[in-house]
Design a protein around this ligand. Structure first.
Ligand code: ZN
Length: 254
């Protein structure tokens, strides 16, 4: 069954900073989306901050299985109402992939419940090595035991997140720091994957390993369709007897 993906991006750095526009003339979301569109089973749309409702209307979200989120300098411009909408969709089962500086987005902080703060350094000579710490996991399918990004921004521990349910990748940087770069959590029925690389002044989203991890993560966090929506609230006693009765009647009848 097809997975419906919405690739979300602030899409302002590309418009305001020539150095970023040079790398991502149509926006970094288009590079990610172009890769995902190579797979017939992924139905990919994009959405950006300056569209009405940030491109995330009820209708769009109700038809999204997996949302990817890249934001940086304009987290504060994301309307609380829309963030709340995304939050409830995640709890109902939509997968969410938070990329790079999305660690400080309203939606990620709300889902994590911590500051999501970290150490950082922008240095053109910073080399990142991402090490796989969960070999065999679907998100690192077809990834070697490590991959190297020659130029990236540094993110360093302590990364103030709740302990991940799984840590799949750890980065080391040439400056000496380390960082949990691929982390998984569950909130309600939804899965959340945080993936570190992707500073806007580097061509990271053209890297085949980075794209592969994003593609694998899309497939992994996509919801398994549930026969019924989750039920909450009071549950009177006696339901089991009624169920046994009904089931034995139907067994006798056949
Ligand atoms: Zn950055």
């Amino acid at each position: 069954m097809a997975i419906r993906v919405t690739v979300w991006n602030e899409f302002r750095h590309e418009k305001k900073m020539p150095a970023v526009a040079k790398i991502y003339p149509k926006g970094l979301h288009e590079v990610i989306a172009a890769h995902l569109r190579k797979s017939d089973d992924l139905h990919v749309k994009t959405a950006t901050l300056d569209e009405p409702e940030h491109g995330l209307s009820e209708e769009v979200l109700n038809n999204t299985d997996v949302l990817t989120w890249w934001g940086h300098a304009y987290h504060g411009d994301a309307q609380d109402l829309i963030v709340e909408r995304v939050y409830h969709r995640v709890l109902k089962g939509m997968g969410l992939i938070v990329l790079h500086s999305g660690h400080f987005s309203k939606i990620f902080k709300k889902l994590m419940g911590t500051t999501c703060d970290l150490k950082w350094r922008e240095d053109h000579n910073e080399r990142e090595i991402l090490w796989v710490t969960r070999p065999g996991h679907p998100i690192v399918k077809d990834i070697d035991d490590h991959f190297i990004i020659p130029h990236e921004e540094m993110y360093g521990e302590f990364f103030d997140i709740p302990e991940p349910e799984l840590t799949l990748l750890i980065s080391s940087f040439s400056g000496g720091e380390v960082f949990r770069s691929g982390c998984l959590w569950t909130r309600g029925a939804g899965s959340i994957f945080y993936f570190r690389p992707g500073h806007e002044t580097f061509p990271t989203y053209y890297d085949k390993n980075v794209l592969k991890v994003i593609e694998n993560a899309v497939r992994f966090v996509a919801p398994t369709p549930s026969p019924k929506p989750q039920a909450f609230g009071n549950r009177p006693r006696g339901w089991i007897d009624k169920r046994i009765e009904t089931e034995s009647v139907s067994t006798t009848a056949t």
